[in-house]
Design a protein around this ligand. Structure first.
Ligand code: SF4
Length: 358
């Protein structure tokens, strides 16, 4: 194993976490009428809806009913690129809208709320990150998809949580030293598995950071037949208890394919909608976020993902505002590391639809 430099890393930027949005309760009748109006607007605007697994179940249903998709961020962008529609409405967080724009520059990309961001993205500002890269010019820069277009533009590779291991293994085999950002837990996991020489940016996901290992061990004792599914943005002691560590798509696949009757799931609770759809007979248990060290953020639901709702989806389709705009010089640079990842996946025949990220 090569050197790891835990003491020469920058601190992640402090991120202000918004309160979890509370949307007015809709009656079933109001909800159906709203969905009908949104479907009409989608047709009028020549628009397709792409939603992330962590968004509200009503949005996920609508995306599928209206010919859009529900997926991880990379598959959302790839699905968008295959559409003939001139507008994509991205229900997720801002870096997903930006990735869609980077890969589909000719399309208009709208989002219900442009303030829907991500603690990993917010905790890795482009200027500070650029300085970190400048200090380590001999390192290959690998960034997770949960970053701004500017940070991607500064990188050599973009990776998703599913493809991070094979890409880092490949780089390590070529003797390259890696500068990794922004998620410290995923970076540590990748470093441990591959043995690569990695410098880690100290960012974290406010949702996955909250999973508690001691409480998880207790729940596992209560449910001995349950498989533990963990997203690798979770802390090390939680990952160490996992039967499956993987991306959102990999965890959904595990519920569908494994024989266990119960699953303890350590990732955003929004994913339960798709898991229940694919495996209705299975019992799904949220991994504990309460317990020692718990904070007001401890609910296993991303506050920024929660900024997407049927109500503001209708508004954005009516007004056609909240458009993602990326400066051409940034897009031209940011597309290269994304394309490098896609080419790597193709060359190594990795099924990207099974390799998705958060
Ligand atoms: S769940 Fe975590 S990684 Fe995903 S968007 Fe929210 S803050 Fe970012």
């Amino acid at each position: 194993m090569t050197d790891f430099h835990p003491n020469s890393i920058p601190s992640g930027t402090q991120v202000e976490v918004p309160p979890h949005p509370v949307w007015p309760e809709l009656t079933p009748g109001e909800r159906e009428k709203l969905k009908v109006r949104i479907k009409r607007l989608l047709a009028e605007r020549d628009a397709v809806l792409v939603a992330h697994y962590y968004t509200d179940s009503g949005l996920q249903e609508l995306a599928e009913e209206s010919g859009g998709c529900v997926a991880d961020s990379l598959e959302m962008a790839r699905f968008g690129a295959a559409q003939t529609a001139s507008t994509l409405v991205v229900c997720g967080v801002r870096f997903m809208g930006e990735t869609a724009k980077i890969l589909n520059p000719e399309k208009r990309i709208l989002m219900p709320d442009l303030k829907a961001t991500c603690s990993l993205d917010e905790g890795c500002p482009a200027t500070a990150f650029g300085q970190f890269c400048d200090q380590h010019p001999d390192h290959t820069v690998v960034v997770y998809a949960n970053t701004s277009a500017e940070v991607k533009a500064r990188s050599d590779w973009v990776v998703t949580s599913g493809i991070a291991l094979p890409i880092v293994k490949h780089l390590h085999a070529q003797g390259e030293k890696i500068l990794w950002a922004p998620d410290k837990h995923l970076g540590r996991y990748v470093q441990k598995v591959t043995g690569a020489d990695m410098l880690l940016w100290q960012g974290s996901c406010v949702v996955h950071e909250e999973f508690k290992s001691v409480a998880l061990a207790r729940i596992r004792k209560l449910h001995p037949k349950a498989a533990v599914l963990v997203h690798p943005e979770s802390p090390e002691q939680v990952i160490d208890q996992a039967d499956v560590v993987g991306s959102t798509t990999a965890l959904i696949k595990a519920v569908h394919e494994m024989d266990n009757p119960e699953f303890i799931v350590a990732t955003d609770g929004g994913i339960f909608h798709k898991m229940k759809q694919l495996a209705p007979g299975k019992i799904l248990i949220e991994a504990p976020t309460a317990g020692e060290g718990a904070t007001c953020q401890s609910c296993a639901h991303c506050p920024w993902m929660g900024m997407n709702a049927l109500q503001n989806l209708e508004q954005v389709l009516m007004r056609c505002d909240n458009e993602i705009v990326i400066a051409p010089e940034i897009r031209e640079k940011a597309v290269l590391p994304i394309q490098r990842m896609l080419d790597f996946a193709k060359a190594h025949q990795l099924a990207m639809k099974d390799q998705g990220n958060a």
